[in-house]
Design a protein around this ligand. Structure first.
Ligand code: SF4
Length: 536
């Protein structure tokens, strides 16, 4: 009797799934074909920074080469292939027609939109679809849902503590009596230091960079002909595009920057975009490296006396706490999470988010660095570009789209809860209890120019004065801050964490309040934000 051949499967690997050790790769059989696609639509559905697109495509090409070396069959669609149909959906349909697979298999994508597309294609072709869990992460969506069940508020800190217990990172003792090393779960109070007047001293060592190789240069050439319109500059491209490079970047961070990461993680300084940050988020989000190896190397540095606890704990919290928490929220809340607009803000994103052309020194520096490199560190994202969008009344979807496309590490599962939830405080669940104004944040991260003055040197070189909210030198950040508090008062009034802040608003005379409202309205008009909500 003839033996029936094993079914041939179409195994899709997306650009943010370049995990060299994924269980999926160990399951590949000799009749399976891996499909990898470079499609223009993925750089256009939100405008994608040239370096973000180049990074994804170059890393994909390197990964495909690895698979071919491992003797796997790969159907790779180049961006500038004349037969390229331009979208995942049409390319999968073309592959199904050509290869006639019995099944489509892939790891859970990083975006609801892509998951729904896969389901649509499989159903229209009458073909089975198997979606495997993503073994890069430390927590499954089901585990997160169990943790979140019956909690009215999802507090990252509590999730993080459970992660520490579960993983045993920086813990002493075992079982229920396990305690955090150093007696504290976090060292935030010691970690929010600004630099002194002279700035970071000694100057942080420049991070390791990676000159574009032949593959990256070919990608950049293809982009020039197919996607010439992309925002951002590609000239300075130096991101890790292989696992080997990503591991070198991890080692560079652990050896040269981790020790000072904690104390200065919230500080900013002109022309120092990385400071002591790891800048590993793109390598992590493309899955070139995994959170476990990053944490273990940081803990090894602590055990060897090369980095203090306050820095190592802060780094680990970002990976096992914040990053996994964001992903949990993304899958828990469903595809409609993206449409939330809890503060009813409706303004346009000002043009300077695309050009850096503004006389606000803080925005010019932070947006300029994003345009130049596709990167900004977390406080620049949250407290400069994010804070401005929040307090000036920009629509949260315009903000989350900008964050998704303009950063090299932009992937929806992390960008959306970060931008829409943390930055824009827009993710209040419909029907949430009175006083609950957001989901991932208990209160908006709104700040005046005074915060930026304290945490950076931007204001020293600015034509505005962060302490002024009226007149020639009035700082737009400060004007919008007070206007934000005034116009969102009804929405935020029941939030206990805002009570102290509103006491300051109560000290304003009606005339001053009116002046702030009028000035903010004029500013919004001037910056093209118009249409910002006046509700509340
Ligand atoms: Fe930004 Fe205002 Fe400081 Fe200028 S004065 S850098 S606009 S915060």
């Amino acid at each position: 009797m003839a033996i029936k051949p094993a079914p041939a499967r179409l195994v899709i690997v997306f650009g943010d799934q370049l995990n060299h050790d994924a269980a999926l790769l160990h399951l590949l059989g000799s009749r399976d074909t891996v499909l990898m696609m470079e499609v223009a639509q993925e750089s256009r559905h939100v405008p994608s920074h040239a370096q973000r697109t180049a990074l994804f495509l170059s890393a994909m090409r390197h990964f495909a080469d690895e698979l071919i070396k491992r003797k796997h069959a790969v159907r790779y669609i180049n961006l500038d292939d004349p037969k390229n149909t331009g979208s995942f959906e049409t390319e999968i349909a073309r592959a199904v027609a050509a290869l006639k697979p019995s099944e489509i298999v892939c790891v859970q994508p990083g975006e609801w939109r892509v998951l729904e597309m896969l389901q649509r294609v499989a159903s229209s072709k009458g073909i089975a679809l198997t979606v495997l869990p993503d073994d890069h992460f430390l927590t499954t969506p089901a585990e997160f849902a169990t943790w979140a069940k019956d909690r009215s508020a999802l507090t990252m800190e509590f999730f993080y503590r459970e992660q520490r217990r579960k993983l045993g990172y920086l813990m002493e003792g075992s079982g229920k009596s396990a305690k955090p090393v150093g007696g504290e779960w976090n060292f935030d109070k010691e970690n929010r230091l600004p630099f002194g007047k002279g700035g970071p001293s000694p100057r942080p060592r420049a991070p390791i960079t990676f000159k574009p190789d032949k593959i990256t240069l070919a990608v950049l050439a293809a982009m020039k002909s197919v996607l010439p319109e992309l925002p951002g500059k590609s000239q300075s491209f130096a991101w890790p595009v292989t696992r080997k490079q990503a591991l070198a970047a991890l080692d560079d961070f652990i050896t040269h920057r981790l020790a000072k990461f904690g104390p200065f993680e919230d500080a900013m300084w002109t022309s120092e975009p990385i400071l002591y940050h790891s800048a590993l988020s793109s390598s992590l989000n493309l899955k070139l490296i995994n959170p476990k190896e990053c944490c273990e190397q940081a803990i090894a540095a602590y055990n060897a006396g090369k980095a203090p606890l306050q820095s190592v704990e802060a780094f680990i919290r970002q990976l096992i706490g914040w990053r996994e928490f964001m992903r949990g929220v993304y899958w828990l809340e469903g595809a409609t999470y993206a449409n939330r607009n809890g503060l009813d803000q409706r303004g346009e994103l000002p043009n300077f988010y695309w050009s850096g052309d503004t006389d606000m020194a803080c925005m010019k520096a932070c947006v300029g660095e994003v345009l130049d490199t596709g990167y900004g560190h977390h406080i620049q994202r949250l407290m400069v570009t994010g804070n401005f969008a929040l307090i000036s009344g920009v629509h949260p979807r315009a903000v989350s789209d900008w964050y998704l496309g303009m950063f090299v590490d932009g992937v929806d599962w992390v960008t959306l809860p970060n931008a829409l939830g943390m930055v824009m405080h827009a993710d209040r669940r419909p029907g949430a209890a009175k006083g609950v104004t957001g989901l991932v944040g208990t209160k908006p991260y709104a700040a005046s120019g005074k915060y930026i003055q304290r945490m950076s040197n931007y204001c020293a070189g600015c034509r505005y004065d962060p302490g002024e909210r009226a007149g020639e030198k009035a700082c737009p950040v400060t004007v919008f801050y007070w206007d934000f508090l005034i116009r969102t008062r009804k929405q935020l009034a029941g939030n206990q964490r805002m009570a102290m802040i509103y006491k300051n608003v109560d000290r304003m005379t009606p005339q001053v309040m009116t002046q702030v409202t009028v000035d903010a309205g004029l500013l919004r008009k001037k910056l093209g934000i118009d249409g910002a909500s006046t509700k509340g």
